[in-house]
Design a protein around this ligand. Structure first.
Ligand code: LLP
Length: 434
């Protein structure tokens, strides 16, 4: 199974990505190494942009930068014509430093600080998504009489999406947004809409991540539209736009069956168009906010094998030079991954291994179970689909240095984040011996 568009294997059995074999990349950049296939990312941007269209509905695709953000990625997203979702002052700063236009930025977050809101206003961010009444009051207190900003309100429609508990966001006890079942939500909408400096555009909602069922997305859209109708009937306010969030699932292993046809995106818009007609509401501008589906399958992490160990229980481990610090999703969400011995692609993958790293923790698992040829010291082990929520969730646990990130394309590679050094690790330590 090919994970990314430019995957192939040399006749010597070495995995290649973006036209370069990984042995060459290892020599140039070392391991562990985050490799991103630039062409694949661009294809995905384009896939959403061309697929999420409908002759009656005005649409917009927003990249959820929490999945993977660097200066280079901000620029790529701009070149591909996608808007940008940021969720912190740090993501906003990165995008602005990259020259990404502030007007196309959507600023999310359930607990934006006063400083973050100030920063957003200073750069003239396009839209702020308000999560709660406190945030509304803070924002109001910051605005001068002639300042204005577009506002959306994050709603919780109480839809149960079938995904890991930690990445489901609209269950009724979720911390995000305001419930459509809570009567005071209407009060906040009224207050926003009657604040002269705030231009109330509509609603945002995101049901969760790594979702495979089309019905979850359509049920979500219908629930939001019904609320749009309720707002019109109760408050007389016409909602101009709805942002239905991200959550489009991807393939990590052969067991995953993502909805990978563009027809699905069109069908979603068809449902929105028909439901709006049935409800008698003005068809809103519709946005989606994919993160994972843009970058996950574009990434692989390359490791070098240290050794193998068959423990007393007979379980076989292969030790690699990374860890849960650069690959958190297996320990955090029990996520499954596929991996290969990237320098021995022609050999039969016949033995079960658990891929683990260097962290001082039993839960430091990178792949729980994968078939490999018997690995040897210095073999290269590639883990697929690590482009989303890997670099962005990496830590320095055990004072491990974070790996570099490179983009590969058409046989060339470029460094987009340099690897950390030991000196980087103590950079913020206050050295009181000096
Ligand atoms: N929009 C909002 C408001 C979100 O909260 C998220 C993800 C997205 C869009 C993008 O969702 P995506 O298309 O990537 O599924 N760290 C977890 C995922 C957390 C997602 C949080 N919000 C993971 O590694 O699975």
């Amino acid at each position: 199974m090919n994970y990314y568009s430019t995957q192939s294997t040399t006749k010597e059995g070495i995995l290649t990505i973006g036209g370069i074999d990984v042995a060459t990349l290892k020599q140039q950049y070392g391991t562990p190494l985050y490799i991103m296939d630039e062409a694949h990312i661009r294809e995905q941007c384009n896939w959403f942009k061309t697929g999420f269209t409908h002759n009656r509905v005005s649409t917009e695709v927003i990249y959820a930068s929490k999945a993977f953000l660097t200066l280079a990625m901000s620029r790529l997203v701009h070149e591909e014509g996608l808007s940008l979702d940021v969720v912190s002052g740090g993501e906003l700063y990165t995008a602005i430093k990259a020259g990404y236009p502030a007007q196309n930025i959507y600023f999310h977050g359930n607990n934006k600080s006063l400083t973050e809101l100030q920063e957003a206003l200073e750069v003239n961010v396009g839209t702020i998504i308000i999560d709660n009444p406190h945030e509304f009051n803070t924002l109001k207190s910051l605005l001068t009489a002639n300042q204005s900003v577009n506002i959306m309100l994050r709603l919780n429609p109480g839809i149960e999406a079938h995904t890991h508990e930690y990445i489901a966001t609209t269950k009724n006890d979720s911390k995000f947004g305001l419930s459509i079942f809570d009567e005071t939500t209407m009060d906040l909408i009224q207050a926003i809409a009657s604040t002269p400096q705030l231009h109330f555009k509509g609603f945002h909602s995101h049901i969760g991540s790594q979702i495979f069922e089309e019905s979850s997305f359509t049920a979500h859209a219908e629930a939001i539209l019904k609320y749009v109708k309720a707002v019109k009937d109760t408050l007389g306010i016409t909602v101009e736009a709805i942002n239905l969030g991200g959550g489009f699932g991807v393939r990590y292993t052969a067991d995953d069956q993502p909805i990978d046809n563009q027809a699905f995106l069109h069908r979603m818009l068809e449902v929105i168009s028909a439901t709006s007609d049935t409800l008698g509401i003005t068809l809103p501008h519709v946005m989606i906010e994919p993160g994972r589906a843009i970058v996950a399958n574009a990434g692989i992490t390359l490791y070098e094998v240290g050794t193998t160990k068959q423990v007393y229980s007979q379980k076989r481990y292969v030790f690699v030079d990374g860890s849960m610090a650069d690959h958190l999703r297996t320990s955090l969400y029990q996520a499954n991954y596929h991996g290969v011995l990237a320098n021995r692609m022609h050999e039969e993958a016949s033995h079960d291994y658990t891929v683990t790293g260097k962290a001082c923790e039993s839960g430091d698992i990178i792949i729980r179970n994968v078939k490999l040829p018997h690995p040897k010291t210095h073999d290269l082990l590639a883990v697929f689909s690590t482009g989303a929520y890997h670099y962005s969730m990496a830590s320095n646990y055990n004072r491990l240095t974070r790996p570099p990130v490179i983009f590969v394309k058409d046989g060339t590679s470029r460094l987009v984040v340099r690897g950390e050094t030991y000196a980087d690790l103590i950079r913020y330590d206050v050295d009181d011996a000096q």
